[in-house]
Ligand binder design. Structure first.
Ligand SMILES: [Zn+2]
Length: 289
């Protein structure tokens, strides 16, 4: 990866379709979230994502979510995603996803994804995967990540997955309170963490955790910057300017739309490149990759 040529690093991109046409979510959840986000094209393969970002001189962190225990839906294998990313190493950075409920098998899979497939971090979606991040049952997973210096990215706050479906598709928002991640950050002080999204309705909690715990970062994905709460913008400009990261949540929000709206947001000129690129380069270690 030629970091100098990049104009931005998007730390939050979903692979929604595997090589065999398998998609990342059960049909009802996929259709519901496409409507919620009014996405034009709801699924994206690794090569499509690589082209999209390469055209824009951006890099992207890509992942899927393995929530098979919670949803019954088989995941796009993270091994397949990581292997496909290796063919697009100029623009793509793979994260893995394991189903936390698989216990020791999940820990083994995480270790293999790190050691054999070179994933740089893991995506967790507590609401879709139906687990409390601070339940010690899942701590062996974080131990593997911390041991290898990998990043744990947690979805936080509201989710478009299940929105509008009867009972929200059975998905519970309670799991996505960032205060649970505060426990993880306290118990794993060496584990780099990203709290994904403006954490509505727990924005203040997320800002408190990121301010208090040195390795907790915030990505700005999943929402148009138009709708960022004022306190998030204030912290991004000041206390958290080294720890806030550009993320789109592609394909539900395109980087073009996100960046166009970010342009109009009241962010200091000197902080813009930090959010768009520099903070991610440092966190992901891209400068010495
Ligand atoms: Zn996400």
């Amino acid at each position: 990866m030629n970091v100098q040529d990049l104009i931005a690093v998007d730390v939050h991109v979903h692979v929604e379709e595997g090589a065999d046409g398998r998609v990342s979510l059960p049909a009802d959840l996929m259709a519901g979230s496409a409507a919620y986000f009014r996405a034009e094209k709801r699924t994206a393969t690794v090569p499509e994502i690589a082209d999209h970002y390469r055209e824009r001189r951006m890099a992207a962190v890509v992942f899927t979510v393995d929530a098979q225990s919670a949803t019954g839906h088989p995941p796009i294998p993270s091994e397949e995603i990581a292997a496909a990313c290796a063919e697009h190493a100029d623009v793509l950075i793979p994260f893995g996803s394991v189903d936390p409920w698989r216990g020791r098998a999940a820990v083994r899979q995480a270790r293999a994804l790190i050691e054999q497939y070179g994933v740089r971090g893991f995506k967790f979606h507590p609401s879709v995967q139906a687990f409390h991040p601070n339940d010690p049952t899942f701590y062996p997973l974080y131990e593997v990540l911390a041991e290898h210096g990998r990043i744990a990215l947690f979805h936080s706050g509201q989710t478009g997955i299940g929105a509008g479906l009867p009972g929200g598709g059975g998905i519970r928002l309670k799991y996505a309170n960032p205060m649970a991640v505060d426990d993880v950050a306290a118990d794993f002080p060496d584990l780099p963490i990203i709290l994904a999204h403006p954490s509505f309705p727990w924005q203040d909690e997320a800002l408190a955790v990121a301010t208090h715990k040195p390795l907790v970062h915030i990505d700005l994905s999943g929402w148009s910057p138009k709708y960022f709460p004022p306190q998030l913008v204030r912290y991004a400009n000041t206390l958290l300017k080294d720890k806030v990261l550009f993320g789109s949540d592609f394909p539900v929000i395109t980087p073009d739309r996100w960046l166009a709206d970010f342009e109009k947001l009241d962010i200091k000129p000197e902080v813009r490149p930090m959010i768009l690129k520099d903070n991610a380069v440092r966190l992901l270690g891209l400068d010495h990759a």
